[in-house]
Design a protein around this ligand. Sequence first.
Ligand code: GDR
Length: 333
Amino acid sequence: MPKAFITGITGQDGQHLAEFLHSKGYDVFGMVKGQNNPRMSALLEEMPFIEPVSGDLADLPSLVAALEFVQPDEIYNLGAISFVALSFTQPELTANVTGTGVLRMLEAIRMVGGTENNPMRFYQASSSEMFGKVRETPQTEQTPFHPRSPYGCAKVFGHDITVNYRESYGLYACSGILFNHEGPRRGLEFVTRKVTNAVARISLGLQHELVMGTLDAKRDWGYAGDYVKAMWMMLQQDEPSDFVIATGETHSVRDLVVRAFSEVGIDDWERYVRYDPKFMRPAEVDLLIGDPTKAREQLGWEPEVDFPTLISMMVQHDLALESAKAERARREA
Ligand code: GDR
């Protein structure tokens, strides 16, 4: 059985990828940081097939030990400080984990590496946030970077060092430049899930308002389940390369809010939405739209879930989740 080693296993993409690779017959190892990690315990109940391995992107010896122990065929580096807003208040931590963490993983691969005939293959989770203040629209693999946050800057370093190690040492290393990808497993701090969860709670009478930052920013939103397949496809090619993964469509945060409210039959959404400048960022990324032509032509990858279906899926999930929680609370009261 092939072996996959995933960092960021407890995040949205880690969970989708673990499920996907397991269904393909992989042994799935997930890197766990810290002691007694509560998110890992919860994940192991849902996916007992995952084999946890201790390690931290901020600690090179732990990465070397993890790779020596697992001897993976494929390494997926999804671990990061991934919330852009947090990167403004913890920029040094973000640089260390999201940026230098990639360098540590690449060094660990150089040290442990696999065999010449069967080198460990590396996937780096690059991000559309690297395009930031976009130089052209839509964005492709050739579009220059202009990051707008400490997170974006750290991702640019991670991306460039991955390319550099591929060119310098011949590592099989790919970067997937993934545009925003969402789903019911998305954390509540990200805008799609914040909105779908609040809309579900408002329609159930559990919450009265949705407090937001800008409604004008535009994103190319796809479904996380589709995007993890692209990660795997990249590592199955003869030659390593970098790919933009996106839908090729863009929507504003306002479109997202309108669509989520309409899913529960509320048309006068403005009654429920309040602006709070605390959700504004020191520098914003105004418009992202990706061109996934290379992924379509070389990998045969296509997104399957469109924007309306994605938002509907998330609102319906949150309605079921929040009504079950409310029902439990009523029974226990
Ligand atoms: P983003 O995702 O920064 O694009 O990065 P996020 O969902 O946090 O923000 C999207 C846009 O919505 C605006 N916004 C708000 N955002 C949040 N979180 N909360 C609010 O209340 C709110 N109001 C408006 C934001 O300003 C922004 O313009 C995501 C992350 O998953 C990254 O890790 C990943 O690399 C990129 O997507 C691709």
